[in-house]
Design a protein around this ligand. Structure first.
Ligand code: FAD
Length: 370
């Protein structure tokens, strides 16, 4: 008999959501995390936006799980006292040419079941008098959430269900032995292993390497991740009240565009930009020499911002399957029986809207397995 019925690798918001859900019915569950605490990587380095589900390709996992996850997340926040704010969002067209793009964004959103309101210039300026706009789309469904509160909730739920959360535990090898998996890990410099009937790979930036450990050719299968940094700059406190909701530009190819957001400390921030990293080091520094380019992007939305009004802030790294300049890719969430790996689930490329989708992803994984 295996040591555990289920082992989840990676305690970011997605692995935690899966562990919290599955441990209800399957308490013999282990959640393995390489860092000293859960949620220290991508899950604590993002915009904390509950996305509405506007941009994703209709029918894709991103579209479906975002819309489902969004509503579940708002409901969970209300019941369990998780901090959130239904701030709402504007997508502003800053030129006449961008107005036509708003129409296609609105159409795409409608296909995903997301009803956006088109506002003319006057109506937009009534909501946000300081922004540059020729007209906008208004989303009443977009908000922000404290991802730390959410992860704390998932962690405590997993533990109170009887699941085991093991920190400082880096998975370094996985072998299939008959109908079980042997998982080898380094824990405080010591190598050990456990066996598990089911393995769920939710290792974020390391998820492609976990798939490789079990024998999947990630280059042939086009599953090797690109590390794509997104940096943020914060606005001087004297100008922090110039915007009162989330304001986005019309998006470019690889991201949603540098947008305005408010953090839980009441600061106004702009970001994230899109920077494909050459190698896989977790370099979270925010380059001072991006200041001017950032200020230019911010002025597209908020014309009164000067270069000296902004300060380098935080960054996060997206685990992107999308190669530079190529079309967007969907989440990969697969139970691998077709590859002879029954009971092994890979989650790869869980970039935005992974936080918004976390509860829906957990339910989806449960359906794949049971
Ligand atoms: C700049 C930026 C902005 C974003 N904004 C938003 C947003 O506003 N809204 C939204 O919905 N989403 C957003 N996202 C996406 C969201 O943050 C991610 O989709 C989500 O955090 C992914 O969670 P995860 O649990 O899959 O990954 P992670 O948080 O990266 O967790 C994976 C965990 O696996 C662990 N791990 C890796 N390898 C191993 C190993 N070998 N052994 C053991 N443990 C291992 C890591 O240490 C890590 O803790 C944003 C992302 C970025 C980068």
């Amino acid at each position: 008999m295996a040591d555990f019925e289920i082992t989840v690798i990676g305690a970011g918001v997605v692995g935690l959501a899966i562990a919290a859900r599955l441990s209800e019915q399957h308490p013999n569950l282990a959640l393995l995390e390489k860092n000293e605490k859960y949620g220290l990587e991508t899950s604590c380095r993002n915009s904390e936006v509950i996305h509405a589900g506007i941009y994703y390709e209709p029918g894709s996992l991103k579209a479906r799980l975002c819309v489902e996850g969004r509503d579940e997340l708002y409901a969970l926040c209300k019941v369990h006292d998780i901090a959130y704010k239904p701030l709402t969002k504007l997508i502003t067209a800053t030129t006449m040419a961008e107005l036509t793009k708003l129409a296609s964004i609105q159409k795409n959103a409608a296909k995903n079941g997301v009803k956006l309101q088109a506002l003319d210039k006057t109506a937009t300026l009534k909501l946000e008098p300081n922004i540059r706009t020729e007209g906008a789309l208004f989303s009443p469904f977009t908000g922000v959430i404290s991802v730390h509160d959410l992860m704390d909730y998932f962690f405590h739920t997993t533990q109170s269900n009887g699941g085991t959360v093991q920190h400082r535990c880096q998975v370094v090898g996985i072998r299939q032995i008959h109908s079980e998996y042997e998982i080898t890990f380094d824990e405080a410099g010591k190598r050990s292993s456990i066996t598990s009937e089911i393995v769920i790979n939710a290792a974020g930036l390391g998820s492609d390497l976990i798939a490789q450990m079990i024998g999947i050719d990630i280059d042939k299968e086009d599953l090797r991740l690109n590390y794509v940094k997104g940096s943020y700059f914060s606005i001087t406190p004297s100008k922090a009240k110039l915007i009162s909701r989330l304001v986005y530009p019309v998006p470019a190819n690889e991201g949603l565009g540098i947008h305005a957001l408010m953090d839980w400390g009441g600061r106004l921030k702009f970001g994230p930009d899109v920077e494909y990293l050459e190698n896989r080091t977790l370099d979270y520094s925010v380059a001072e020499n991006k200041r001017h380019a950032f200020a230019e992007s911010i002025r597209r939305i908020l014309p009164s911002i000067n270069d000296e009004d902004i300060t380098p802030d935080m960054s996060g790294i997206r685990p992107k399957l999308q190669k530079k300049g190529k079309p967007a890719r969907d989440f990969v969430i697969v139970e691998e029986t077709a590859r002879g790996l029954s009971g092994f689930v890979n989650l790869i490329g869980i970039e935005s809207p992974g936080l918004t989708s976390s509860l829906a992803i957990a339910r989806y994984v449960e359906k794949l397995l049971f």
